[in-house]
Design a protein around this ligand. Structure first.
Ligand code: ZN
Length: 178
């Protein structure tokens, strides 16, 4: 596997990923390569299917980008989550997001303000995260990926069509230029 970033409309981005039942060296290798690719692309988070791994794994490191929302936090958070699920959502915020799988696209969509996520760590131990702010947004974006849901799915249909048409056009131009 080349672990290249998969770009929409790659079908792996539309499929729900499989639950991980192997907490071994193979999982650690996946997590290592995911962090590596995420840092190379200067992403804040990465879902496994974004580099062709069809399993429920996400990595994130909020140190990658310093956002205003983070100003008061001394240090960002770095973590890898296996089989993550959102079990509680609260409130709503507007979130402006980009995505490594949609180069050049930046959109503002509604997200929950606070989420509670249950997951396993790479050792297979249960973990729980209750958070708001930037971390809550990153978690929602990446968990959506693992369920085959792209961030544009949160746009109203007419807006979504417009964004997609523009994106597909720029994609064709990029391909032609190569
Ligand atoms: Zn994304």
């Amino acid at each position: 596997m080349d672990y290249k970033i998969r770009i929409w409309p790659d079908k792996i981005l539309k499929q729900k990923t499989k639950e991980v039942d192997f907490f071994d060296d193979r999982l650690k290798e996946f997590i290592d390569v995911m962090f590596q690719r995420m840092y190379e692309e200067e992403g804040v988070g990465l879902a496994a299917n974004q580099i062709g791994i069809p399993y429920q794994i996400l990595v994130l490191d909020t140190n990658v980008k310093k956002y205003e929302a983070q100003e008061n936090e001394e240090e960002g958070i770095k973590m890898a989550l296996v089989n993550p699920r959102i079990v509680e959502k609260e409130g709503e915020v507007e979130s402006t997001e980009g995505c490594l799988s949609f180069p050049g696209v930046q959109i503002t969509i509604p997200r929950a303000e606070r989420v509670r996520v249950v997951a396993k760590n790479e050792e297979g131990e249960d973990i729980e995260i209750d958070t708001d702010g930037f971390l809550a947004i990153v978690l929602q974006h990446e968990i959506d990926h693992l369920n085959g849901i792209p961030f544009i799915a949160h746009l109203p249909p007419v807006k979504r069509r417009m964004v997609l048409e523009k994106y597909m056009k720029s994609l064709r131009q990029t391909v032609k230029a190569k």
